[in-house]
Design a protein around this ligand. Structure first.
Ligand code: RIB
Length: 288
C-alpha cells in the first residue's frame, strides 16, 4: 500500500551563511560582523522540519547539488525522519542564503537559488496537506497546489519571499499564509478569498496573526518572547500549522500552536537549529 504522508512540503533547501552585526548595512555600506556561522535552512526545508518536529510524517520535494552543502542538508532530513525520496540531485550548486542578523533580531537575506531552480514538482507523494512557498520556480508551485487540490489534500501556500503571483497559482490554494507586505502584493485579503481560498492567515510578527475567512476576521495572539534571531520563524509557523491541520485540529487551534512554535523559533540562532519540538511548544501553550 502507498504511504500517505501527513504533510508534503515542496520547496527550497539552502545552506545559510550567517553573520551577526550590531545593525544591518545600508546600500553601499560596510559594517563589522560580530560572529559567523553556517546553518541548514531554506524556506522549504525549514517548513518540512517544523512540520516533522510538530509531530507530522513529512515528505520533502526539493533539489540539492552534488556537493558538501547537500550532505549537510540531507543529514537534516535523516535526523528529523523526513522522507528524502523526492529530493533531486542537480548539476547546479546547493542553494545558499547570505544572511545578516542584527542585534534587534531583524535580518536581511540574499538567496542564490542554485539547485532549487531545478525543482519541478512533477512527482508528488500522497499527503493530507501540501505546503509550498515561492523559493522554487513558480510552475512547480502551481503544479504542487493543483496536484494537491486534485488529490483531496489541504493546499497551503506561504507566498514568500514576496513577489506578485496570479490566479494560475492562487486558484488552487485552500489556505494562504502571507505577511502584511505579501498580502498587499497579492491584491489583498478580499481578492484571495474571491479566488477561492477558504482562509487567509496574515502573519503580523510580534503582533500575532489575523485569520480571515468568509465569515469574518479573528485575531491570533502572539506569545511574548525575547527575540534573538527571527530567521525561519515564518517558516516554522507555516510548517507547524500544516502539521496540526493534518492531525485534524481546526484552524484556530492549529494557529495557536503555530504562533507558539514561531515565537520559540525566534529565541534561538539559525533556521533549522531553532525550530522547536512539539513538546517545547506544548510547554509554552500550557504556560500562556
Ligand atoms: O525564511 C528563512 C529562510 O530564507 C532562510 O533559512 C534562508 O535560507 C532563506 O531561504
Amino acid at each position: 500500500m502507498t504511504a500517505v504522508f501527513d504533510v508534503c512540503v515542496v520547496g527550497s533547501a539552502n545552506l545559510d551563511l550567517v553573520a551577526t552585526v550590531a545593525r544591518l548595512p545600508g546600500p553601499g555600506e560596510t559594517v563589522p560582523g560580530t560572529s559567523y556561522a553556517e546553518y541548514p535552512g531554506g524556506k522549504g526545508l525549514n517548513q518540512a522540519v517544523a512540520a516533522a518536529r510538530a509531530g507530522a510524517s513529512v515528505a520533502f520535494v526539493g533539489a540539492v547539488g552534488a556537493d558538501a552543502a547537500a550532505s549537510t542538508l540531507l543529514s537534516v532530513l535523516a535526523a528529523d525522519h523526513i522522507d528524502p525520496s523526492y529530493v533531486g540531485i542537480a548539476s547546479l550548486a546547493t542553494g545558499r542564503a547570505l544572511i545578516g542578523v542584527a542585534s534587534s533580531g531583524e535580518n536581511s537575506i540574499i538567496v542564490v537559488a542554485g539547485a532549487n531552480g531545478t525543482v519541478t514538482a512533477d512527482d508528488l507523494p500522497a499527503a493530507r496537506v501540501v505546503l509550498t512557498q515561492l523559493e522554487v520556480p513558480l510552475p512547480a508551485v502551481a503544479r504542487a497546489m493543483a496536484a494537491g487540490r486534485r488529490d483531496g489534500a489541504i493546499t497551503v501556500l506561504n507566498p514568500a519571499p514576496a513577489q506578485p503571483i496570479g490566479a494560475e497559482i492562487l486558484q488552487w490554494c485552500d489556505i494562504v499564509v502571507p505577511n502584511e507586505h505579501e498580502v498587499e502584493l497579492l491584491g489583498g485579503v478580499a481578492h484571495l478569498l474571491a479566488l477561492g481560498a477558504r482562509a487567509v492567515v496574515v502573519t503580523l510578527g510580534a503582533d500575532g496573526a489575523d485569520l480571515h475567512t468568509a465569515e469574518g476576521t479573528t485575531h491570533v495572539d502572539a506569545f511574548a518572547v525575547t527575540p534573538l534571531d527571527t530567521t525561519g520563524a515564518g517558516d516554522t509557523f507555516s510548517g507547524a500549522l500544516c502539521a496540526r491541520l493534518a492531525a485534524g485540529n481546526d484552524l484556530p487551534v492549529a494557529l495557536r500552536f503555530a504562533a507558539a512554535a514561531g515565537a520559540l523559533c525566534t529565541t534561538r540562532a539559525g533556521a533549522v537549529p531553532s525550530i522547536p519540538l512539539r513538546a517545547e511548544v506544548e510547554v509554552l501553550l500550557n504556560e500562556a
